[in-house]
Design a protein around this ligand. Structure first.
Ligand SMILES: [Zn+2]
Length: 238
């Protein structure tokens, strides 16, 4: 299965590179300036507006949620995420704009940034899955593309089939912290626990908001008796 996933990924990457220049005009998604790198469509001025999240901030956010305490070995988020900011534009294109390949490059940036903290401590990378219905509607899982970028840099396998989302959960956007927790509790399961037992897992997601989704996923992984769960996200919502 690993070999199949790997070759599938390589084919996708080659196809993506070949079509890239045709599909994506190289303009900044935020201000419209021309950009050099179509794989990362923010101009230098807008890139300056991407602000790194301090080291302990993601874990601190998770620990606002009682159910998350003790669930994560570590947590890292790359940039702050706020409405109308460059990262929101990029994330919107990645998630809703049928631009999954942006995720590969962003995932590589995540991997390079956090490689010193992750390299020795990770066995397997799992993206937070979408429910099958949502996956079919969107056609891709943006977090899986981020995970493949991270996996490229860390040299670790990305195994999306080892974590499943059992039910579609309603949008979390307008829910309180406790409502979010109830909304996603029990939404995940690890269908092949033998492949996870004793492994150190890196969970990859696009955004960390309250952490309710990542915590529900981590509970499913701990039920499969993994050794540890570390969370890595592209953005930390303000
Ligand atoms: Zn710009």
């Amino acid at each position: 299965m690993l070999v199949l996933l790997d070759s599938y990924r390589q084919v996708l990457q080659q196809l993506g590179q070949a079509l890239w220049g045709l599909l994506y005009p190289p303009f900044c998604l935020h201000c419209g300036e021309r950009v050099e790198n179509a794989r990362f469509p923010l101009c230098p001025a807008c890139q300056q507006q991407l602000h790194r999240v301090p080291k302990s901030e993601a874990l601190h956010r998770l620990h606002q949620l009682p159910a998350a305490v003790g669930c994560f070995r570590a947590a890292h988020a790359l940039w702050y995420y706020a409405p109308k900011q460059p990262l929101e534009r990029l994330h919107h294109a990645l998630k809703y704009g049928n631009r999954p390949t942006y995720g590969l490059h962003l995932g590589q940036i995540m991997g390079k940034t956090f490689s010193p903290l992750l390299q020795e401590t990770i066995d397997v990378i799992l993206p937070i899955p979408l429910h099958r219905g949502r996956y079919l509607a969107r056609g891709y899982n943006q977090s899986a593309w981020l995970a493949y970028g991270v996996g490229d840099v860390l040299g670790r396998p990305v195994m999306p089939k080892l974590l499943q989302r059992l039910r579609a959960t309603r949008s979390q956007t307008h829910l309180s912290r406790s409502e979010r927790q109830a909304n996603v509790a029990g939404a995940f399961r690890a269908p092949m626990p033998d492949l996870l037992r004793g492994r150190h897992i890196l969970l990859v997601d696009d955004l960390l908001t309250t952490g309710a989704t990542a915590t529900a996923a981590a509970h499913a992984l701990h039920a499969a008796r993994v050794a540890s769960v570390t969370l890595l996200t592209l953005g930390l919502a303000h």
